[in-house]
Design a protein around this ligand. Structure first.
Ligand SMILES: [Zn+2]
Ligand SMILES: [Zn+2]
Length: 322
């Protein structure tokens, strides 16, 4: 990374999707509903924090949130969108889409949020998290479906006059890289490497708990250039506090992130920190101050000239220029 060899970089990306993460999981929708309803409030708090602390982050939006409303045409929702029939979800992909508007169904539309982020006093990057939370990395996904998804996102963002360069794959499942390039993306967030990748399911779960509980240093990453499309892999998910995760103390999350920042500085690499705003709705009184502590630490390092805090797009542009 040229002149910045000795500096670490922190990248923050947020998967902003309201209810769209459960488009193919109606049960999770019901389970998460209370947290989803709090998400707008959480997003406001995160944005205030970013502005106060002068942080530019990458907000990856599900494209459907850019709409104010949508309607069925001849009984079909989004008729231009070519469907894939998935084996894990037998319904039409848009079955959960209420085909309504933002006033009636505020968990499926989010123009207000997008505009707030765009108009933030401190620059925030708008990225894509697909149009309809399509699973790009699922082996069943048809190329035509991926292309429709990219096209619908492009149509939706057209009103905003934004050049969208960064992509975050739903469930971090990578696919259709060549199509992404054709739609002028220059970077994506790849899967997080972990020391227990090779473990089978149950030991993996235990290892994950150990990893989180003891705040083991997260991986720091180096971007990988795939012919002009840069993979900036994830380093650490800021864990929610629901289910078994509530037994992992807040302090472990904070310490893990600080270790990630330190490791990025030491190795001159990237600490890529990410979460869904709704994750913080599971315990906002803890997780928001926790986020603030992590950002304050990053800012201390930035002030002493050891760390840069950049968006995915900024990171990719600099890297690809060199
Ligand atoms: Zn719709
Ligand atoms: Zn998602």
């Amino acid at each position: 990374m040229g002149d910045n060899m000795s500096k670490g970089t922190m990248v923050i990306s947020l998967d902003t999707e309201l209810a769209w993460g459960t488009i193919d999981k109606p049960d999770s929708y019901q389970n998460n509903l209370e947290d989803y309803k709090k998400t707008r409030e959480i997003i406001d708090k995160i944005l205030v924090l970013f502005i106060e602390k002068n942080i530019s982050a990458t907000w990856a939006f599900v494209g459907h949130l850019l709409l104010e409303s949508c309607k069925e045409k001849n009984d079909i929702k989004h008729p231009d969108y070519i469907r894939t029939n998935f084996s894990h979800y037998k319904n039409d992909w848009f079955k959960m889409d209420p085909a309504s508007n933002i006033e009636e169904e505020p968990l499926w539309y989010g123009k207000d949020i997008v505009e707030k982020v765009i108009n933030s006093d401190v620059y925030q990057e708008i990225a894509s998290h697909s149009f309809a939370h399509l699973l790009y990395g699922n082996s069943e996904t048809k190329k035509e479906t991926a292309i429709s998804d990219l096209e619908e996102f492009e149509k939706a963002i057209n009103d905003y006059n934004i050049d969208c360069k960064s992509f975050v794959f739903p469930r971090n499942q990578v696919g259709f890289i060549d199509e992404l390039k054709k739609f002028s993306y220059i970077t994506y967030r790849g899967e997080e490497p972990s020391w227990y990748d090779g473990f089978s399911r149950y030991p993996k779960k235990v290892a994950h708990m150990v990893d989180q509980f003891f705040a083991i240093t997260p991986p720091v990453v180096e971007p990988v250039n795939n012919d002009g499309l840069l993979n900036i892999p994830a380093s650490m998910l800021y864990l929610s506090m629901d289910g078994f995760r509530k037994y992992i103390p807040l302090k472990s999350r904070i310490n893990k992130a600080k270790k990630g920042i330190n490791s990025a500085i030491k190795k001159g690499k990237i600490f890529h920190f990410w979460f869904h705003p709704f994750n913080l709705a599971t315990a906002p009184d803890k997780l928001i101050p926790g986020l603030e502590e992590i950002i304050d630490y990053a800012n201390e390092m930035r002030k002493s000239n050891k760390l840069e805090i950049k968006t995915m797009g900024e990171t990719a542009e600099e890297f690809l220029e060199d």
